[in-house]
Design a protein around this ligand. Structure first.
Ligand SMILES: [Fe+2]
Ligand SMILES: [Fe+2]
Length: 181
């Protein structure tokens, strides 16, 4: 994962510690894996989604094409050997990334909808960081609906030991202060 994270960060256009960067990716990974443990989603796809879905954003506000750009990037990284997924998993990853910021219903997507829905839920659960309350109506899994309540607590944004460890597996360094982000 270190080589992949390095490749992603080297081309990332924004501040990696701003609202769509590394620390958001850590939380998407964490809640995605937690949802997967009950939803049965593919954990490898979820883990790659966390790192890649916002990796091609060009600004911190409105950037409707960042999903499709991220999906294209995921395909390229798979060709480069940095994304180790079989063709079915890769298709789920690409679908999940391409449409994560549009309003397509997960049921309408080709592929494993529980994996795609888990990826989207994990991303949505992190909306309170930008002042948006999570609306359970837009969540696909029961586990995400349960987690949505926890995510609104302010300490949800501290860098915990688990988050620190995950950042380390990506070879990423921490911001100077241990503060909410
Ligand atoms: Fe996004
Ligand atoms: Fe995101």
């Amino acid at each position: 994962m270190k080589a992949l994270a390095r490749r992603i960060l080297d081309q990332y256009a924004l501040n990696p510690y701003d609202s769509h960067g590394l620390l958001h990716w850590v939380r998407v990974h964490e809640s995605g894996i937690e949802i997967a443990s009950s939803s049965g989603a593919d954990r490898d796809v979820v883990a790659y989604f966390a790192l890649l879905h916002d990796s091609r954003r060009l600004n911190e506000s409105r950037d409707p094409q960042h999903g499709p750009r991220g999906a294209e990037f995921a395909r390229l990284l798979h060709k480069e050997g940095l994304v180790d997924l079989n063709p079915t998993q890769l298709q789920d990853l690409i679908t999940a990334i391409a449409h994560h910021n549009s309003h397509d219903r997960v049921e309408d997507m080709d592929g494993n909808s529980i994996t795609i829905g888990t990826c989207w839920d994990a991303d949505r659960l992190d909306l309170p960081r930008v002042g948006t309350t999570v609306n359970p109506k837009y969540l696909y899994t029961q586990e995400a609906k349960r987690l949505a309540n926890l995510w609104n607590h302010e300490d949800a944004y501290f860098i915990t030991d688990d988050r620190r460890k995950l950042l380390k597996t990506w070879g990423a360094t921490l911001p100077e202060k241990n503060q909410p982000f």
